[in-house]
Design a protein around this ligand. Structure first.
Ligand SMILES: NC(=O)c1ccc[n+]([C@@H]2O[C@H](COP(=O)([O-])OP(=O)(O)OC[C@H]3O[C@@H](n4cnc5c(N)ncnc54)[C@H](OP(=O)(O)O)[C@@H]3O)[C@@H](O)[C@H]2O)c1
Length: 212
């Protein structure tokens, strides 16, 4: 059976991926430092820092999803932790899906990424760190790692969960917008896109964006 290890499996993105992967019949391991408040029956929860738990869960994985966030005491630490997860995923021969931010996308081909322009102050540190994790993959991922870096829409997050529509669009590093110029995706649709990439890999060593 396919085993999916989700780092940050109790967080907003991670918990949606955990539920989606479980519903598809995958064996799911969720990693977080705190125990889950509402554990999902059938999920194996591993509690502890990613950097410590990885060595015991990644070797058995077919896919690794990195969905930590660079907030609180993780600010400034995500690149280092993700570089280690990427290395361990490569050693395990596991597909590696790393969740990043909208602002790593470009508004148009060849245009600077959003993160290189004006970003609201409250998002700036997270945007810069998310972008640094993308650069880490491009510059330093092991040559044999099958990675995909996934940016959500601009309107995405625990504060705008939205609803499942069973419909989403996947673009490259140029952001997709809807007819009104909006960019949004629900947590469940974003998770479905991630699990689809695990079930039927379509992008390899690439940056994709997912919108509803
Ligand atoms: N529109 C956008 O661009 C946008 C919006 C939202 C999120 N994002 C990105 O999506 C990613 C995920 O964000 P999110 O909001 O889903 O995260 P979140 O809800 O804050 O969840 C983070 C998860 O990671 C776990 N965690 C954090 N540090 C850990 C560590 N060292 N070891 C093990 N587990 C750890 C947390 O649990 P514990 O604290 O218990 O460990 C939690 O399960 C981030 O990269 C974020 O920047 C982008």
């Amino acid at each position: 059976m396919t085993t999916v290890v989700v780092f940050g499996g109790t967080g907003y993105t991670g918990a949606n991926v955990v539920r989606e992967a479980l519903a598809r019949g995958f064996e799911v391991v969720a990693v977080s430092r705190s125990a889950p408040r509402d554990p999902v029956p059938g999920v194996r929860y591993e509690t502890g820092p990613a950097e410590e738990v990885a060595a015991r869960v990644v070797p058995g994985a077919d896919a690794v999803v990195a969905a930590l966030s660079p907030r609180g005491d993780m600010a400034g630490r995500l690149v280092e932790v993700y570089a280690d997860l990427a290395r361990q995923a490569a050693a395990a021969g596991a597909r590696y899906v790393q969740v990043g931010g909208f602002s790593s996308l470009r508004p148009a081909p060849e245009a600077p990424r959003f993160v290189e322009g004006e970003i609201p102050a409250e998002y700036l540190d997270e945007a810069l760190e998310g972008e640094a994790t993308r650069v880490m993959l491009v510059d330093r991922a092991p040559a044999d790692l099958d990675w995909v870096f996934v940016s959500p829409a601009g309107e995405y997050g625990a504060w705008v969960p939205g609803e499942r529509t069973d419909s989403y669009r996947v673009g490259g590093e140029v952001a997709l917008f809807d007819d009104e110029g909006g960019s949004r995706v629900s947590g469940e649709d974003f998770a479905a896109a991630i699990v689809d990439e695990i079930e039927t890999p379509a992008h390899h060593r690439a940056h994709i964006g997912v919108v509803g």
